[in-house]
Design a protein around this ligand. Structure first.
Ligand SMILES: NC(=O)c1ccc[n+]([C@@H]2O[C@H](COP(=O)([O-])OP(=O)(O)OC[C@H]3O[C@@H](n4cnc5c(N)ncnc54)[C@H](O)[C@@H]3O)[C@@H](O)[C@H]2O)c1
Length: 407
């Protein structure tokens, strides 16, 4: 169900979209203050690709010049979204060969990311490439090398790096608000079989690519990659080893990828990220818990709040007979037991003013215009992707595996 905030954003998005198309045309007629035009191409205007385009069109000065997709109905959908006809190519190479694009958005299934991103970068274009950055370790490294060899901007679709409340909360954590973090727990649970309706069985793998291991690294990639990125950010490093398990517990429908996954990533100094993804119950939803002795940070993709730990009686009583005092930190404390501990918490009061994907898209266009480096760069993408890839290998191998070094 769409909540009110998103609904209101949806309305304002439609208004803004209409405005951005007309105002861009108007703004550029003899207006020296008009933003430099940026003409985008897109490879893979499917579900996420169209969402990205909807958001890019909110940025003044952006137009869509061309699209490439192997599934023809996408072109009409894109034209409707843009309100004008976008040049259509069935082969991405024809789009990359065009001379009239400034940047290319890649939103194809995971197994095609590297092929499309590298071709786009080698054509001299800036690239916004969706997460997970690539499908294999070699492809991840090839993207980093190609980015390093050129001057183009490459931004990866880890848009949570741009969330003001996450940035602020992680800043507090890194400055010691709850002590040096030892554990991050991430839950991204859904109540949906992840299947998309397919009119013609010959389209099954194209439409439902997420369910097949030829194209997808499953839940760890599709959902876990964002959480892993946040864990990397909190710990200030990438994981050293990965263990994962999963099964098909519910949806016995011919899919190859698991419908539930659990993973443990190991970082230096014994620190851990623990991840769970279920697809048959959404009660816990999508949240991260970041732990240390002084307290916890609860992070969601809409808000953030700190909960402070009471000091335990046995830590406070320095010698037998000492009175325990100054126990609480803003919440009730039950000396009789540890559970449940539900402190009042301190919510970070950072208003969400726009769709996060808009923020990330705007940041990419700003980087193109100013030459600044993106926050979610190829190294951010690599850190998460290497853990996703290794986690999937560990899942098959049924043992912990070393994550290739990120340096
Ligand atoms: N950052 C985020 O929050 C976020 C959210 C959703 C999806 N994604 C990512 O976006 C990517 C796309 O996901 P989606 O849900 O939009 O998938 P989708 O299936 O809806 O869209 C993919 C599009 O690529 C096209 N395509 C497939 N193979 C192609 C090829 N070889 N050449 C050209 N076009 C091809 C398909 O026809 C389709 O239109 C995935 O990597 C996914 O993980 C990111």
């Amino acid at each position: 169900m769409m909540n009110r905030r998103l609904f209101v954003q949806g309305l304002s998005a439609a208004t803004l979209l209409a405005k951005s198309i007309t105002s861009f045309a108007e703004a550029n007629v003899g207006d020296p203050a008009a933003p430099a035009p940026v003409r985008l191409g897109i490879i893979g205007p499917g579900s996420r690709g169209k969402e990205l385009i909807r958001n890019f069109l909110r940025v003044p000065g952006v137009t869509i010049g061309a699209a490439a997709d192997v599934y023809a109905p996408r072109f009409q959908e894109l034209n409707q979204l843009c309100g004008y006809t976008v040049a259509a190519h069935s082969d991405y190479r024809a789009l990359v060969d065009r001379k009239d694009l400034d940047a290319i958005v890649v939103a194809t299934p995971l197994s095609f990311h590297a092929q499309h991103v590298i071709a786009a970068l080698q054509s001299g274009r800036h690239v916004y490439g969706e997460k997970t950055m690539a499908f294999t370790v070699a492809e991840v490294n090839d993207i980093v090398k190609t980015v390093d060899a050129g001057k183009q901007i490459f931004q990866v679709g880890h848009q949570y790096r741009y969330a003001p409340w996450i940035r602020s909360a992680i800043d507090y954590v890194r400055r010691g608000e709850i002590g040096d973090v030892t554990h991050v727990y991430g839950y991204w649970h859904r109540n949906s079989d992840w299947r998309r309706p397919v009119a013609d069985p010959s389209l099954e793998r194209l439409i439902n690519w997420r369910l097949y291991n030829e194209y997808s690294l499953g839940l760890l990639a599709e959902l876990g990659s964002h959480h892993i990125d946040i864990a990397n950010w909190v710990f200030g490093e990438t994981a050293q080893a990965a263990y994962a398990t999963g099964s098909i517990a519910v949806y016995h429908d011919g899919r190859e990828n698991d419908d539930n996954v659990q993973a443990i990533l190991s970082y230096s100094k014994g620190r851990r990220f623990v991840f769970s993804s279920l697809t048959d119950n959404a009660e816990v939803g999508n949240q991260l818990w970041i732990y240390r002795t002084k307290g916890s940070l609860n992070l969601t993709f809409e808000d953030a709040g700190f909960f402070y730990e009471p000091k335990r009686a046995n830590q406070l009583a320095s010698k037998p007979g000492d009175k325990v005092k100054a126990i609480t930190a803003g919440a009730s404390y039950r000396p009789a037991g540890e559970m449940p501990y539900r402190g009042a918490g301190k919510r970070l009061d950072i208003p969400v003013t726009e769709d996060l994907t808009t923020t990330a898209c705007r940041a990419f266009i700003d980087c193109i215009r100013t030459g600044q480096k993106p926050i979610a760069d190829a190294r951010v993408g690599r850190g998460s992707a290497l853990s996703v890839i290794t986690g999937n290998k560990a899942l098959s191998a049924k043992r912990e595996l070393e994550v290739p070094s990120s340096v």
